[in-house]
Design a protein around this ligand. Structure first.
Ligand code: ZN
Length: 418
């Protein structure tokens, strides 16, 4: 359900281009979502051509169906396909060629993979097809792009997306409250699936680091028994930012904790330590503003079309934010700084604020923790150390306990002072 937006983008205005299904051609059944090793493997990718015409070729272990569509602001071509195991060489997609600036790939929902291609300038998809394997050659996915101008790009975009409006069906909740009066804590591991987040020079990815940390934190909070704990994702799946917020709001969460790991580019210098962020319209400093901008790009990275929603989200949600929620968010962030510093190294300015999309629930106190910098050697060592994670997760549990103590005291549970 968290992938609602992804699914609607998946279903929306998608152009199917001359691809015969594997089943049609070979009579072989395509497994829908079986064991991991049932998935077709994409083993290599190559770019060819120039600024006028560019092609992208992917080697596949067997034939699959692909569908493509385009997105503007920024110009992108999205290719959706059944779930594929990507085994591309490292760093592939970071550099482009011709019309292709860069590309990303990964899981966008269970059973569905995606490649998102950032265009250097407007381009049109001439062809997208998958060739049968021949002799010792693997099956090949071929995408042909030709340069075009903005006007033509926007015109074909309007044709693609003209028919169905991107709907937001309200999916029913599986369990609402279920008579359990314990406060609900939502843990939100950042990124996932096609969106890797930041990456260390040695290859460790933010999405994996924060998921492992979040699972540990969940188990620790669960064990106490005083809270209900849910996660916006508990595996390597992409979840849109708005769906993360909605997940917490729909369940009336009492606290939302988003977990991330930051990185600086070499020219930005070096920094280390954990930082806790709360929401503010105006960022506490320029670096916090840039970070929020980067974190807010998750949906663009995954190839979602935000052109229809951006305005509403930015303006109205913030206006609606209740003073009380904001006060609680800051209070929790301060408490967390207090407990974190006993366990982990803190950034020199550990409490900051900026306009993070994922913190915009007007009725759920929300914080975003950057556990450290994957670009810093000492931080990275901590982030992947079991001992550091254990200690740091414990310190967040202490902050949660301190935050809820006055509230739970009033509801007949164990009392405490504050
Ligand atoms: Zn992040």
């Amino acid at each position: 359900m968290f992938v609602r937006a992804a699914i609607s983008a998946f279903l929306l205005g998608v152009t199917v281009l001359g691809v015969a299904s594997a089943a049609e051609r070979t009579g072989e059944a395509v497994p829908p979502t079986g064991a991991a090793d049932d998935f077709p493997v994409a083993s290599d990718v190559r770019l060819g051509g120039d600024d006028a015409q560019t092609r992208l070729i992917v080697d596949l272990s067997r034939k699959i169906d692909v569908r493509t569509f385009t997105l503007a602001n920024p110009y992108r071509v999205v290719m959706d396909m059944p779930q594929v195991t990507f085994q591309f060489p490292p760093k592939v997609g970071e550099a482009g060629r011709g019309l292709i600036k860069a590309f990303r790939f990964g899981l966008v929902m269970q059973g569905g993979s995606r490649m998102v291609i950032d265009l250097a300038r407007p381009a049109q998809v001439d062809m997208a097809f998958v060739l049968d394997p021949i002799h010792d050659q693997p099956s090949r996915l071929v995408l042909h792009l030709t340069a075009t101008d903005r006007e033509s790009f926007m015109r074909s975009l309007a044709l693609e997306t003209g028919a169905p409006q991107r709907g937001k069906p309200e999916a029913p909740l599986e369990t609402k409250g279920s008579g359990d009066s314990r406060p609900l804590i939502v843990i939100d591991p950042g990124h996932g699936g096609i969106d890797n987040g930041t990456r260390a020079a040695s290859g460790e990815m933010e999405k994996t680091i924060v998921l492992q940390f979040s699972l540990l934190l969940r188990d620790k909070l669960d064990k106490i028994g005083k809270y209900r704990v849910l996660m916006t994702r508990s595996d390597d799946t992409f979840v849109a930012l708005g769906d993360r917020v909605q997940f917490a709001r729909a369940r009336q969460a009492a606290l939302f904790i988003s977990i991330h790991a930051d990185a600086l580019r070499r020219r930005e210098g070096d920094a280390q330590g954990a930082t806790v962020y709360t929401l503010s319209e105006r960022a506490s400093d320029a670096r916090a503003a840039r970070l929020a901008e980067a974190e807010n790009k998750a949906d663009v990275i995954a190839g979602l079309d935000l052109s229809a929603e951006e305005k509403d989200v930015a303006g109205i949600l913030f206006d609606l934010a209740r003073r009380e929620t904001k006060t609680f968010s800051v209070q929790f962030a301060q408490t967390m700084i207090g407990t974190l510093k006993t366990a982990a190294r803190l950034h020199q300015h550990p409490l900051k604020s900026a306009s993070f999309a994922v913190l915009k629930a007007p009725d759920v106190p929300s914080v975003l923790v950057e556990l450290g910098y994957v670009s810093n050697k000492a931080d990275l060592k901590s982030l992947i150390s079991t001992e550091w994670r254990d200690r740091t997760a414990d310190s967040i549990v202490q902050a949660v306990d301190a935050f809820f103590r006055p509230r739970l005291a009033g509801s007949g549970q164990r009392s405490g002072q504050n």
